[in-house]
Ligand binder design. Structure first.
Ligand SMILES: NC(=O)c1ccc[n+]([C@@H]2O[C@H](COP(=O)([O-])OP(=O)(O)OC[C@H]3O[C@@H](n4cnc5c(N)ncnc54)[C@H](OP(=O)(O)O)[C@@H]3O)[C@@H](O)[C@H]2O)c1
Length: 238
């Protein structure tokens, strides 16, 4: 019996590292992103743009896995979007970031739970510390991650009320991780984001976490979800 994972945003960064670590550990992985970079016999890629209308892609994501031991959904794909003060962001960028960071995870989590009613399931929504406090220039990023946190909180609350023991839901703050997203942050203009120098110092001081290390730490949660109390989990405290 196989362990099956669906992960969004597997072309680079944290999502790619998660796919590679899960494959190393013998899971079968379906990855979703616009580009494909992972190649493995047990890896299937769906080249999808998660901000496209859901009717075009959602019905094609989840396959039947009758013999599967465990099923995992990691909503990892995310975008910082356009960094800028309110009043200076394009409408397209706002709609796109909310589609990728909130709408797609909600659609996928709903469809995942619906598709596998009897099987053992785990959902990890990759959030951010920025969901907890305001960061100038990041109004859409902070608010979309706060919405993702609440999506996880409500999902977990419903599991508790329904006394289900075959679904676990977590919202994960991965820490500050050395990926393209951090590169984008370091290249923002100071007038759009006052904390740019802080993030530049994190990189020059080698204080960014390695994506593979983050993925390995998350394996503890993936393998032992019942040992983790609380919906919001911070990789730096695992
Ligand atoms: N890095 C950090 O320090 C940090 C901190 C806190 C939270 N996070 C969160 O961690 C997650 C992963 O971030 P990362 O740093 O690994 O980011 P990244 O390096 O920028 O990678 C983002 C991934 O999301 C995919 N993606 C973006 N837009 C998409 C779309 N429209 N359709 C399908 N896939 C899309 C990208 O694939 P394609 O471009 O190929 O589509 C890529 O694989 C995000 O949710 C982020 O908010 C990161």
């Amino acid at each position: 019996m196989n362990n099956i994972a669906y992960i969004t945003g597997t072309s680079r960064g944290i999502g790619k590292a998660l796919a590679e670590v899960l494959l190393e550990e013998g899971w079968s992985v379906t990855g979703i992103s616009r580009q494909q970079t992972v190649e493995h016999a047990a890896y299937k890629h769906l080249s999808l743009n998660l901000s496209d209308p859901w009717q075009q892609w959602l019905p094609h994501v989840f396959a039947q896995h009758e013999g599967a031991k465990r099923l995992l959904l990691i909503n990892n794909a995310g975008t910082l979007g356009e960094v800028g003060y309110v009043g200076h962001i394009s409408p397209e960028a706002i709609a796109n970031a909310i589609a990728v960071n909130v709408t797609a995870p909600a659609l996928l989590m709903n469809e995942f739970v619906k598709s596998y009613p009897q099987q053992q399931k785990l959902v990890l929504n990759i959030s951010s510390g920025a969901a907890q406090y305001p960061v100038d220039g990041w109004s859409i990023y902070c608010s979309s991650k706060a919405a993702l946190d609440m999506l996880s909180e409500v999902g977990a609350h419903e599991v508790e009320l329904a006394k289900k023991n075959n679904l676990h839901v977590f919202s994960i703050s991965p820490g500050v991780v050395d990926t393209n997203m951090q590169e984008q942050i370091r290249h923002t203009e100071k007038k759009a984001f006052s904390r740019v120098a802080y993030f530049q110092q994190l990189k020059s001081g080698k204080r960014l976490a390695d994506p593979t290390e983050v993925a390995r730490q998350l394996m503890m949660l993936i393998n032992h979800p019942k040992e983790f109390k609380g919906v919001k989990q911070d990789v730096r405290k695992m």
